[in-house]
Design a protein around this ligand. Sequence first.
Ligand code: ZN
Length: 162
Amino acid sequence: MLTKDEKFMKEAVKQAKKAYALGEVPIGCVIAYEGKIIARGYNRRTVDKNTLAHAELSAIKKASKKMGDWRLEGCTMYVTLEPCQMCSGAIVQSRIDRVVIGCMNPKAGCAGSILNLLQMAQFNHQVEIEKGILEEECSQMLKLFFKELRQKKKREKEQENK
Ligand SMILES: [Zn+2]
């Protein structure tokens, strides 16, 4: 049996797979309110040619529309990879209560890896963090993506040198 957090993380993984299918870094996100998903998002940075097209920002935008408010109090975000500085900032700004993270991102994460923007005592809002939910599934997806990307680049290089 999956726990409630695992069940919602599965939905975030589904979103990440949409990004993967587009050749994007597979990162997915859902936002839940009162036990129901109110918004979904996935990384579209390359296809949209937009720095702001991260999974989390796209889900926050949709959730605000659904709630009719920029405040997302009472909401929980489920995201397959630890949020970056931009998304962590937006999470604090949106007053989301809780963030559930699949795997951590030591190179860019701002929910504890490089910084912990979600829990700075100096800001007016702190976010509860849960880490390592379906961690293996979330990180395998990313590892596979980057492995394939390296192979693709290698093949392209070999073609050039022919
Ligand atoms: Zn981000």
